[in-house]
Ligand binder design. Structure first.
Ligand code: PLP
Ligand code: 3DJ
Length: 397
């Protein structure tokens, strides 16, 4: 059994703050501070350029990738770190499309996070006017998979509602139609049990600043199914993915296996901080994480529905159809969320009307649920969210 009191103690949680926004930015693992100091002062400071070999900087993208692999059901040697998730979406999509040269349709859904759609739009525009991004409602994805589809590009857990796609079933359908399946695990990795191997994903990508707590702008990951390692070309063919970067050849030759999905110089400091953050997952069983996530989310839904008649559930009621976040609708959700944040209950707002709360089992507990319900009920019943300052939109919402 995972000891969640022990994992909670690994995080810096500011006193008095109830943090339910780890689905956007995870809190700071205490170990990150010392690791950041060491990588800056002892490694960069003292080793200087020798750090690439002596401190293992060059190998870090694959080494950290192997730690992520365990959390998403991927074999060792099939995940590598680097760049941002937007870039990894582009890279996976470009690679997958090149593997289906006779097809022109990319299928996604309207619940996808916009950057995934934007990256697809940009890539397809560069490939030619016969390529098409087909966006359907999430519930219509299965029916829209046909033999015109080259690639399905789906985010498993919807960023607003927490609605969770059935990855194995949709992947099987895609394969049956001859398409490849790319899964964005931004809201899944560290939140739900993910198994890219039994789910037979062809590519998977994700960020590490949410449930994996790697810090703002932490490097993204990309998984390529081992059977595609030779066929998948990286599209973004940077020198770090070359078979021999330090041969400085004039022509690109893809590196071995997942290494070819590297692009440029790794973000060594950010990778070191992420590496420290991943220590929190040692000894943690994802089945325990999922059970606790459901218990916390169910208690929150029950509490809010009992005490807050002004909001309606935006998330699926069946916990099996949800990730680890819960959304409630309110016509003035932005102002309500600002009022909550001022009272140190931190969730977030997603346009047009969603109050979003993420439950991260590593550090959230029932006391967080109870406090969030109590403060939300009080803010709504007193109407104290309706102040001019709570309606003024900030740049980052
Ligand atoms: C599903 C999904 N994809 C992509 C992103 C963002 O990608 P990036 O890390 O490049 O900003 C997010 C959140 O920011 C997301 O929720
Ligand atoms: N990546 C973010 C950022 O750089 C700034 C603010 C928010 C984010 C997010 O991660 C948003 C997030 N993907 C979401 O689900 O809304």
């Amino acid at each position: 059994m995972t000891d969640f009191a022990a994992t909670r103690a690994l995080f810096h949680l500011p006193p008095g703050v109830t943090y339910l926004d780890g689905n956007s930015l995870g809190p700071m693992p205490i170990a990150a501070q010392d690791r950041a100091r060491r990588v800056v002062v002892e490694e960069w400071g003292d080793l200087l350029i020798r750090g690439w070999n002596a401190a293992g900087w060059m190998a870090a993208p694959a080494r950290v990738g192997d730690r992520i692999a365990r959390l998403i059901g991927a074999p060792q040697g099939s995940v590598v770190m680097g760049d941002t998730l937007s870039i990894k979406v582009y890279q996976a999509l470009a690679s997958a499309l090149a593997m289906r040269p006779d097809r022109r349709v990319v299928l996604s859904d309207s619940g996808n996070f916009p950057t995934d759609l934007y990256m697809a739009q940009g890539l397809l525009a560069s490939l030619g006017s016969d390529y098409r991004l087909k966006v359907v409602a999430p519930e219509d994805v299965a029916d829209a998979i046909d033999e015109s589809v080259a690639v399905t590009l789906l985010t498993e857990v919807d960023y607003r509602t927490g609605r969770r796609h059935d990855m194995p079933a949709l992947t099987e359908k895609a394969h049956g139609a001859g398409a490849l399946a790319i899964w964005d695990l931004a809201h899944s990795a560290g939140a739900v049990e993910v198994d890219v191997s039994t789910g037979r994903a062809d590519f998977a990508v994700g960020c590490t600043y949410k449930y994996l707590n790697g810090g703002p702008g932490a490097p993204a990951f990309i998984y390529v199914a081992p059977e595609h390692h030779d066929a998948a070309l990286p599209a973004l063919s940077g020198w770090m993915g070359h078979a021999a970067p330090f041969a400085f050849d004039l022509d690109y030759r893809p590196g071995k296996g997942i290494e070819r999905m590297r692009v440029g110089t790794p973000a060594v400091i950010a990778l070191a901080v992420l590496d420290a953050a991943l220590d929190a997952w040692e000894g943690v069983e994802m089945t325990d994480v999922r059970a606790r996530s459901i218990a916390l989310s169910e208690a929150f839904i029950a509490g809010v529905e009992a005490r807050c008649p002004d909001v309606t559930l935006a998330s699926p009621r069946d916990p099996r159809a949800r990730g680890s976040q819960v959304g409630f609708r309110h016509p003035q959700a932005y102002a309500v969320m600002q009022a909550l944040i001022v009272e140190d209950v931190i969730g977030d707002f997603r346009a047009p009307d969603i109050l979003r709360f993420g439950f991260a089992p590593l550090y959230n507990d029932m006391a967080d649920v109870e406090r969030a319900v109590t403060v939300l009920a009080d803010i709504l019943s007193t109407g104290r969210w309706d102040r001019p300052e709570f309606h003024a939109r900030q740049a980052v919402t």
